[in-house]
Design a binder for this molecule. Sequence first.
Ligand SMILES: Nc1ncnc2c1ncn2[C@@H]1O[C@H](COP(=O)(O)OP(=O)(O)OP(=O)(O)O)[C@@H](O)[C@H]1O
Ligand SMILES: [Mg+2]
Length: 262
Amino acid sequence: MRRRSHGDAVDGRSGGHDRFAGAPVSLRNVSRLHRQGAAKVPALVDVTLDIEAGESVAVIGPSGSGKSTLLHVIGAMDRPDTGSVVVGGTRVEQLSRRAAAVFRRGVGFVFQHYHLLPQLSALDNVVVPLMPVQVDFDRVRRARETLDAVGLGARHEARVADLSGGEQQRVAIARALVVRPRLLLADEPTGALDSRTGDEVLDLLAEVQADQGMTMILATHEAAVAAQCSRVVSLRDGGVVGDHPLWDPRPDETLRRATGLG
Ligand SMILES: Nc1ncnc2c1ncn2[C@@H]1O[C@H](COP(=O)(O)OP(=O)(O)OP(=O)(O)O)[C@@H](O)[C@H]1O
Ligand SMILES: [Mg+2]
Protein backbone atom coordinates (compact mmCIF):
# COMPACT_ATOMS: atom_id res chain seq x y z
CA MET A 1 0.00 0.00 0.00
CA ARG A 2 0.98 3.59 -0.38
CA ARG A 3 2.54 4.93 2.77
CA ARG A 4 0.83 8.20 3.42
CA SER A 5 2.27 9.10 6.76
CA HIS A 6 4.97 7.71 8.92
CA GLY A 7 3.83 7.55 12.48
CA ASP A 8 5.99 5.77 14.99
CA ALA A 9 3.17 3.57 16.17
CA VAL A 10 3.96 0.60 13.99
CA ASP A 11 6.91 -1.64 14.23
CA GLY A 12 5.99 -4.81 12.40
CA ARG A 13 9.35 -6.25 13.35
CA SER A 14 8.68 -6.00 17.04
CA GLY A 15 9.83 -9.25 18.52
CA GLY A 16 12.86 -9.22 16.29
CA HIS A 17 11.54 -11.22 13.35
CA ASP A 18 12.73 -10.71 9.82
CA ARG A 19 10.65 -9.32 7.02
CA PHE A 20 8.79 -12.30 5.64
CA ALA A 21 7.68 -12.94 2.10
CA GLY A 22 4.15 -12.48 0.86
CA ALA A 23 2.25 -15.32 -0.75
CA PRO A 24 1.41 -15.06 -4.46
CA VAL A 25 -2.26 -15.67 -5.30
CA SER A 26 -3.49 -17.19 -8.53
CA LEU A 27 -7.07 -17.86 -9.59
CA ARG A 28 -7.98 -19.72 -12.76
CA ASN A 29 -11.52 -19.71 -14.15
CA VAL A 30 -13.08 -19.49 -10.70
CA SER A 31 -16.87 -19.55 -10.53
CA ARG A 32 -19.15 -19.67 -7.49
CA LEU A 33 -22.93 -19.90 -7.49
CA HIS A 34 -24.84 -19.08 -4.33
CA ARG A 35 -28.23 -20.66 -3.84
CA GLN A 36 -30.98 -18.29 -2.72
CA GLY A 37 -34.07 -20.45 -2.33
CA ALA A 38 -34.80 -21.87 -5.76
CA ALA A 39 -32.67 -19.23 -7.49
CA LYS A 40 -28.96 -19.50 -8.16
CA VAL A 41 -27.00 -16.29 -7.91
CA PRO A 42 -23.66 -16.17 -9.73
CA ALA A 43 -21.34 -14.56 -7.18
CA LEU A 44 -18.13 -15.18 -9.16
CA VAL A 45 -18.06 -15.85 -12.89
CA ASP A 46 -14.93 -17.26 -14.54
CA VAL A 47 -12.48 -15.13 -12.58
CA THR A 48 -8.82 -15.45 -13.59
CA LEU A 49 -6.43 -13.31 -11.59
CA ASP A 50 -2.75 -13.33 -10.66
CA ILE A 51 -1.46 -11.39 -7.70
CA GLU A 52 2.24 -11.19 -7.01
CA ALA A 53 3.85 -11.83 -3.68
CA GLY A 54 3.78 -8.62 -1.68
CA GLU A 55 1.32 -6.77 -3.91
CA SER A 56 -1.46 -4.66 -2.41
CA VAL A 57 -4.60 -5.04 -4.47
CA ALA A 58 -7.94 -3.31 -4.02
CA VAL A 59 -11.03 -5.17 -5.18
CA ILE A 60 -13.70 -2.64 -5.97
CA GLY A 61 -17.25 -2.96 -7.24
CA PRO A 62 -20.88 -2.27 -6.38
CA SER A 63 -22.77 -4.14 -3.69
CA GLY A 64 -23.32 -7.74 -4.75
CA SER A 65 -20.53 -7.73 -7.33
CA GLY A 66 -18.71 -10.59 -5.57
CA LYS A 67 -15.95 -8.86 -3.58
CA SER A 68 -16.55 -10.73 -0.34
CA THR A 69 -17.05 -14.03 -2.15
CA LEU A 70 -13.70 -13.51 -3.88
CA LEU A 71 -11.93 -12.91 -0.55
CA HIS A 72 -13.67 -15.89 1.02
CA VAL A 73 -12.67 -18.19 -1.82
CA ILE A 74 -9.04 -17.03 -1.61
CA GLY A 75 -9.03 -17.46 2.17
CA ALA A 76 -10.62 -20.94 2.16
CA MET A 77 -13.77 -19.70 3.87
CA ASP A 78 -15.82 -20.62 0.81
CA ARG A 79 -15.20 -23.10 -1.98
CA PRO A 80 -15.54 -22.35 -5.68
CA ASP A 81 -17.78 -24.57 -7.80
CA THR A 82 -15.21 -24.62 -10.57
CA GLY A 83 -11.69 -23.34 -11.14
CA SER A 84 -8.49 -23.35 -9.12
CA VAL A 85 -7.19 -21.12 -6.33
CA VAL A 86 -3.48 -21.27 -5.48
CA VAL A 87 -2.09 -19.30 -2.54
CA GLY A 88 1.62 -19.56 -1.84
CA GLY A 89 1.77 -22.90 -3.64
CA THR A 90 -1.27 -24.38 -1.87
CA ARG A 91 -4.22 -25.56 -3.98
CA VAL A 92 -6.77 -23.99 -1.69
CA GLU A 93 -9.97 -25.32 -3.27
CA GLN A 94 -8.75 -28.91 -2.94
CA LEU A 95 -8.06 -28.77 0.79
CA SER A 96 -10.00 -31.03 3.12
CA ARG A 97 -12.02 -29.26 5.81
CA ARG A 98 -9.30 -29.96 8.32
CA ALA A 99 -6.51 -28.79 6.02
CA ALA A 100 -8.55 -25.67 5.15
CA ALA A 101 -8.80 -24.84 8.85
CA VAL A 102 -5.01 -25.12 9.18
CA PHE A 103 -4.54 -22.99 6.05
CA ARG A 104 -6.88 -20.29 7.42
CA ARG A 105 -4.78 -20.01 10.57
CA GLY A 106 -1.95 -18.63 8.45
CA VAL A 107 -4.09 -16.00 6.74
CA GLY A 108 -4.94 -12.65 8.32
CA PHE A 109 -8.57 -11.53 7.99
CA VAL A 110 -9.85 -8.05 8.78
CA PHE A 111 -13.60 -7.47 8.46
CA GLN A 112 -15.84 -4.43 8.38
CA HIS A 113 -17.48 -5.38 11.68
CA TYR A 114 -14.33 -6.57 13.45
CA HIS A 115 -15.81 -9.94 14.63
CA LEU A 116 -14.11 -9.61 17.99
CA LEU A 117 -15.17 -11.15 21.30
CA PRO A 118 -16.54 -8.00 22.99
CA GLN A 119 -16.49 -9.24 26.59
CA LEU A 120 -12.83 -10.22 26.42
CA SER A 121 -9.87 -7.89 26.72
CA ALA A 122 -7.99 -6.62 23.67
CA LEU A 123 -5.09 -8.86 24.67
CA ASP A 124 -7.23 -12.00 24.95
CA ASN A 125 -8.75 -11.32 21.52
CA VAL A 126 -5.29 -11.15 19.99
CA VAL A 127 -4.10 -14.32 21.76
CA VAL A 128 -7.08 -16.35 20.46
CA PRO A 129 -5.67 -17.16 16.97
CA LEU A 130 -2.48 -18.49 18.58
CA MET A 131 -4.26 -20.92 20.91
CA PRO A 132 -4.68 -23.84 18.49
CA VAL A 133 -1.18 -23.39 17.09
CA GLN A 134 1.97 -25.05 18.39
CA VAL A 135 4.38 -22.22 19.04
CA ASP A 136 7.92 -21.87 20.31
CA PHE A 137 7.35 -18.42 21.77
CA ASP A 138 5.29 -16.84 24.54
CA ARG A 139 1.80 -16.28 23.11
CA VAL A 140 0.84 -13.48 25.48
CA ARG A 141 4.10 -11.67 24.87
CA ARG A 142 3.64 -11.93 21.09
CA ALA A 143 0.07 -10.62 21.40
CA ARG A 144 1.23 -7.69 23.53
CA GLU A 145 3.93 -6.83 21.02
CA THR A 146 1.39 -6.92 18.20
CA LEU A 147 -0.98 -4.64 20.10
CA ASP A 148 1.96 -2.29 20.71
CA ALA A 149 2.66 -2.36 16.99
CA VAL A 150 -0.87 -1.18 16.11
CA GLY A 151 -0.68 1.65 18.62
CA LEU A 152 -2.78 0.07 21.36
CA GLY A 153 0.03 -0.55 23.79
CA ALA A 154 -1.73 1.25 26.60
CA ARG A 155 -5.02 -0.60 26.19
CA HIS A 156 -4.09 -4.28 26.47
CA GLU A 157 -6.39 -4.92 29.36
CA ALA A 158 -9.38 -2.90 28.13
CA ARG A 159 -12.54 -4.82 27.33
CA VAL A 160 -13.17 -4.67 23.60
CA ALA A 161 -16.76 -3.51 24.25
CA ASP A 162 -15.32 -0.39 25.92
CA LEU A 163 -13.11 0.58 22.96
CA SER A 164 -13.99 2.98 20.13
CA GLY A 165 -14.67 1.68 16.62
CA GLY A 166 -11.20 2.69 15.45
CA GLU A 167 -9.59 0.99 18.45
CA GLN A 168 -11.64 -2.14 17.85
CA GLN A 169 -10.46 -2.25 14.26
CA ARG A 170 -6.87 -1.93 15.48
CA VAL A 171 -7.46 -4.91 17.76
CA ALA A 172 -8.88 -6.78 14.76
CA ILE A 173 -5.79 -5.88 12.73
CA ALA A 174 -3.52 -7.04 15.57
CA ARG A 175 -5.48 -10.29 15.72
CA ALA A 176 -4.92 -10.73 11.98
CA LEU A 177 -1.21 -9.92 12.25
CA VAL A 178 -0.36 -11.97 15.32
CA VAL A 179 0.05 -15.12 13.20
CA ARG A 180 2.48 -13.23 10.92
CA PRO A 181 0.37 -13.95 7.84
CA ARG A 182 1.81 -14.12 4.34
CA LEU A 183 -1.59 -12.98 3.08
CA LEU A 184 -3.84 -10.33 4.59
CA LEU A 185 -7.47 -10.17 3.45
CA ALA A 186 -9.40 -7.05 4.44
CA ASP A 187 -13.12 -6.85 3.65
CA GLU A 188 -14.35 -3.25 3.86
CA PRO A 189 -11.99 -2.62 6.78
CA THR A 190 -12.99 1.03 7.05
CA GLY A 191 -16.68 0.58 6.23
CA ALA A 192 -17.87 1.07 9.80
CA LEU A 193 -15.56 4.00 10.61
CA ASP A 194 -15.79 7.75 10.13
CA SER A 195 -13.46 9.04 7.44
CA ARG A 196 -10.70 10.30 9.73
CA THR A 197 -10.57 7.09 11.76
CA GLY A 198 -10.84 5.14 8.52
CA ASP A 199 -7.81 6.99 7.16
CA GLU A 200 -5.84 6.14 10.28
CA VAL A 201 -6.71 2.47 9.90
CA LEU A 202 -5.69 2.58 6.22
CA ASP A 203 -2.39 4.20 7.18
CA LEU A 204 -1.84 1.44 9.69
CA LEU A 205 -2.55 -1.26 7.11
CA ALA A 206 -0.20 0.48 4.69
CA GLU A 207 2.54 0.61 7.28
CA VAL A 208 2.33 -3.02 8.28
CA GLN A 209 2.01 -4.22 4.70
CA ALA A 210 5.01 -2.22 3.52
CA ASP A 211 7.01 -3.23 6.56
CA GLN A 212 6.20 -6.92 6.61
CA GLY A 213 5.87 -7.53 2.89
CA MET A 214 2.75 -9.67 3.03
CA THR A 215 0.36 -9.78 0.10
CA MET A 216 -2.77 -7.74 0.81
CA ILE A 217 -6.17 -7.88 -0.86
CA LEU A 218 -8.63 -5.25 0.28
CA ALA A 219 -12.30 -5.13 -0.75
CA THR A 220 -13.97 -1.73 -0.76
CA HIS A 221 -16.78 0.32 -2.29
CA GLU A 222 -14.74 3.48 -2.10
CA ALA A 223 -12.35 4.69 -4.79
CA ALA A 224 -10.42 6.75 -2.22
CA VAL A 225 -9.72 3.62 -0.20
CA ALA A 226 -8.78 1.65 -3.31
CA ALA A 227 -6.34 4.41 -4.28
CA GLN A 228 -4.17 3.42 -1.30
CA CYS A 229 -3.33 0.14 -3.04
CA SER A 230 -0.91 -0.38 -5.91
CA ARG A 231 -3.48 -2.07 -8.14
CA VAL A 232 -7.24 -1.97 -8.53
CA VAL A 233 -9.31 -4.92 -9.75
CA SER A 234 -12.92 -4.01 -10.58
CA LEU A 235 -15.73 -6.55 -10.30
CA ARG A 236 -19.21 -6.39 -11.75
CA ASP A 237 -21.77 -9.18 -11.55
CA GLY A 238 -19.05 -11.56 -10.36
CA GLY A 239 -16.67 -10.91 -13.26
CA VAL A 240 -13.46 -8.89 -13.54
CA VAL A 241 -14.20 -5.82 -15.67
CA GLY A 242 -11.04 -3.83 -14.96
CA ASP A 243 -7.52 -4.42 -13.67
CA HIS A 244 -5.23 -1.41 -13.39
CA PRO A 245 -1.90 -0.77 -11.72
CA LEU A 246 -1.90 2.53 -9.85
CA TRP A 247 1.79 2.55 -9.05
CA ASP A 248 4.52 -0.01 -8.80
CA PRO A 249 5.08 -1.30 -5.28
CA ARG A 250 8.79 -1.82 -6.08
CA PRO A 251 10.53 1.57 -5.93
CA ASP A 252 13.37 0.45 -8.25
CA GLU A 253 10.83 -0.57 -10.87
CA THR A 254 9.05 2.78 -10.63
CA LEU A 255 12.42 4.49 -11.06
CA ARG A 256 13.31 2.29 -14.02
CA ARG A 257 10.04 3.12 -15.76
CA ALA A 258 10.33 6.81 -14.99
CA THR A 259 13.91 7.11 -16.21
CA GLY A 260 14.03 4.39 -18.84
CA LEU A 261 17.22 3.18 -17.13
CA GLY A 262 18.07 -0.28 -15.96
N1 LIG B 1 -24.02 -16.94 1.70
C1 LIG B 1 -24.71 -16.54 0.62
N2 LIG B 1 -25.87 -17.14 0.27
C2 LIG B 1 -26.56 -16.74 -0.81
N3 LIG B 1 -26.17 -15.75 -1.63
C3 LIG B 1 -25.04 -15.11 -1.33
C4 LIG B 1 -24.25 -15.46 -0.19
N4 LIG B 1 -23.17 -14.65 -0.16
C5 LIG B 1 -23.28 -13.81 -1.22
N5 LIG B 1 -24.39 -14.09 -1.93
C6 LIG B 1 -24.81 -13.42 -3.16
O1 LIG B 1 -23.71 -13.46 -4.06
C7 LIG B 1 -23.56 -12.20 -4.72
C8 LIG B 1 -22.20 -11.62 -4.41
O2 LIG B 1 -22.17 -11.29 -3.02
P1 LIG B 1 -20.90 -10.69 -2.28
O3 LIG B 1 -21.26 -10.63 -0.84
O4 LIG B 1 -19.69 -11.46 -2.65
O5 LIG B 1 -20.82 -9.24 -2.92
P2 LIG B 1 -20.04 -7.93 -2.40
O6 LIG B 1 -19.44 -7.30 -3.59
O7 LIG B 1 -19.15 -8.30 -1.28
O8 LIG B 1 -21.22 -7.02 -1.87
P3 LIG B 1 -21.19 -5.89 -0.70
O9 LIG B 1 -20.50 -4.70 -1.31
O10 LIG B 1 -22.62 -5.63 -0.43
O11 LIG B 1 -20.45 -6.45 0.47
C9 LIG B 1 -24.71 -11.33 -4.27
O12 LIG B 1 -25.75 -11.44 -5.21
C10 LIG B 1 -25.12 -11.95 -2.95
O13 LIG B 1 -26.49 -11.74 -2.71
MG1 LIG C 1 -19.01 -7.72 0.70
